[in-house]
Structure formats: structure tokens, C-alpha cells
Design a protein around this ligand. Structure first.
Ligand SMILES: NC(=O)c1ccc[n+]([C@@H]2O[C@H](COP(=O)([O-])OP(=O)(O)OC[C@H]3O[C@@H](n4cnc5c(N)ncnc54)[C@H](O)[C@@H]3O)[C@@H](O)[C@H]2O)c1
Length: 250
């Protein structure tokens, strides 16, 4: 029970990677907030965690909307107290060649990935500074490090989160707050099904993955638990790739 009593906010946690992260923290005794834009799914996920013996609530907020995020953070304070650990996981990607994309699509990718991270981090960081404790873990993508065709705008949005995380890490390190990123490789979630189809299926893609399989949401959750743990308290402004050897940049 490494996170007993800690308040953990995971965005976009009704399904996929976010859900696995929420499950992992609940299993370690945390009070978990399942945020999602899909209210019904967020609340259903929280109920499932409670049935399994964990502590969780589901709250709807659109991470692209600062007012909606601030309202959620106030609600969390009333129920559990201030957020100790924030996992910016909500994301969205348009799969098209850049030449075929429209400005509304750039806006969607950038707003959910980058503004979502800015909004949620800004809404909790002052409380973390006050408490002299905090962990911010941003789920990015190897696309933001090596660039992926058909995902150009998303690649840029994720790279922006990496730059932001490194700068923020330096601003808040003195307050015992760490800010780190996990760059996921292709990970099997409901959201990635369209991408798998567009590249010709899982079997084709696996060939590029030295480990011989695609990622599972639990693989990403394991990295998040590490960055949230006391064992990583001297590690900040870093990015690790969890991709079975697909991406090996330094
Ligand atoms: N799955 C992969 O292969 C992969 C690879 C690299 C990075 N990632 C990143 O991991 C994260 C999770 O991906 P996933 O595959 O689990 O996605 P997913 O689509 O399966 O789940 C995303 C969740 O976010 C929620 N969401 C979307 N917009 C939201 C908003 N505005 N406010 C709040 N919630 C919102 C959705 O309702 C959904 O429940 C994303 O940031 C994604 O970019 C995923």
C-alpha cells in the first residue's frame, strides 16, 4: 500500500491506459479520481474500483476547458483534499497525412493533449507548492520524440508537453515536486484500434517491436507508479520510453 491516503487525479481514465493507471494506484491504497469527458464511463470505472476494494470517484471534466478543470479540482478538494499526484493522460490523435488535415483537427489534437496538460497542471500546482509535495506525470508518446507520419500534429503536441515538463520540473524541484514524462509506444487500448487498422494490423506492426509484442496499458501504469514513488524522488524533468525497445533515443 505504497500510496495509502494519497490523492491521485488521472485524466481520461475511464478506459485504456488511464484506467490501468487508476487501477494500479487504487491497488496501492490511493484515493483515485477518475476524470473523463464521458461522465457515465468515469463513474462506472470508479464503481468497479470500489467493488474491487479500492477508493475512487468519477468526475466529468473536459480537460480542454480551464473552468471545467478548476471546478473538478474544487470538487476533489471537498471530497478527498488537494491532489498529490496528477497524471495527465487524456489524449487524442488525428490519423492523416498533414497535407490532408484541417485546422480544426490541429486544434483538437493540440487542445486535448497540450492544453489539457497545461490546464490540469495549472489547477493543482499551487497546492502542491504549498504542501511541498507533488508528482506530475505526463503521458506522452514516442511520436513526440522521433516523429510519426500520419500523426504530425499529435507528434508536435506531445513534443510540446516534453518541453513544458522539463521547464516546469526546474521551476518546482525545490518544493519536492517532480515532473516526468512517459513516452508510450503503441499500446493496446480502445483508442488505438483505428491506428492499428491504418497501419495494416497488429501482426504487421509487431515486427518493429523488438520485444515481440505491443504494449499493454499495465506496462505504462508500471512506469507511472515508479515516477510517483519515493524511489524516484530525485528524478525529475525526465522522459522514459515504454515501448518494448521500439524507441531507443537518449
Ligand atoms: N495507445 C497508444 O498506443 C498510445 C501511444 C502513445 C501515447 N498514448 C497516449 O496515452 C494516453 C491514453 O491513450 P489511450 O490509448 O488509453 O486512449 P483512449 O482513447 O483509449 O482513452 C482516452 C480517454 O480520454 C478521454 N478523453 C478524451 N478527451 C477528453 C477530454 N477533453 N477531457 C477528458 N477526457 C477526455 C476519452 O473519453 C477516453 O476515455 C493519451 O495521452 C495518448 O496520447 C497512447
Amino acid at each position: 500500500m505504497r500510496f495509502k491516503g494519497k490523492v491521485v487525479l488521472v485524466t481520461g481514465a475511464a478506459r485504456g491506459i488511464g484506467r490501468a493507471i487508476a487501477d494500479a494506484f487504487a491497488g496501492e491504497g490511493a484515493k483515485v479520481v477518475i476524470n473523463d469527458i464521458n461522465e457515465e464511463a468515469a463513474k462506472a470505472a470508479a464503481e468497479e474500483i470500489k467493488k474491487a476494494g479500492g477508493e475512487a470517484i468519477g468526475i466529468r471534466a473536459d480537460v480542454t476547458d480551464y473552468e471545467s478543470v478548476k471546478k473538478m479540482v474544487e470538487e476533489i478538494k471537498n471530497v478527498y483534499g488537494t491532489v498529490d499526484i496528477l497524471v495527465n493522460n487524456a489524449g487524442y490523435w488525428t490519423i492523416k497525412l498533414f497535407k490532408d488535415t484541417a485546422p480544426e483537427e490541429w486544434e483538437r489534437d493540440i487542445r486535448i493533449c497540450y492544453y489539457g496538460t497545461l490546464n490540469c497542471t495549472h489547477a493543482v500546482i499551487k497546492d502542491m507548492i504549498e504542501k511541498k509535495y507533488g508528482r506530475v506525470i505526463n503521458i506522452v508518446s514516442d511520436a513526440g520524440r522521433i516523429g510519426e507520419p500520419y500523426l504530425a500534429v499529435y507528434s508536435g503536441a506531445k513534443a510540446a508537453i516534453v518541453g513544458f515538463s522539463k521547464a516546469l520540473a526546474k521551476e518546482v524541484a525545490r518544493y519536492n515536486i517532480t515532473v516526468n514524462c512517459i513516452a508510450a509506444g503503441v499500446t493496446k487500448t480502445p483508442g488505438v484500434e483505428g491506428f492499428l487498422k491504418s497501419v495494416g494490423g497488429e501482426e504487421k506492426l509487431i515486427k518493429a517491436y523488438p520485444r515481440g509484442r505491443l504494449g499493454l496499458p499495465e506496462d505504462i501504469a508500471n512506469g507511472v507508479i515508479f515516477f510517483a514513488s519515493d524511489e524516484s524522488e530525485y528524478i525529475t524533468g525526465q522522459i522514459i520510453s515504454i515501448s518494448g525497445g521500439y524507441t531507443t533515443v537518449g
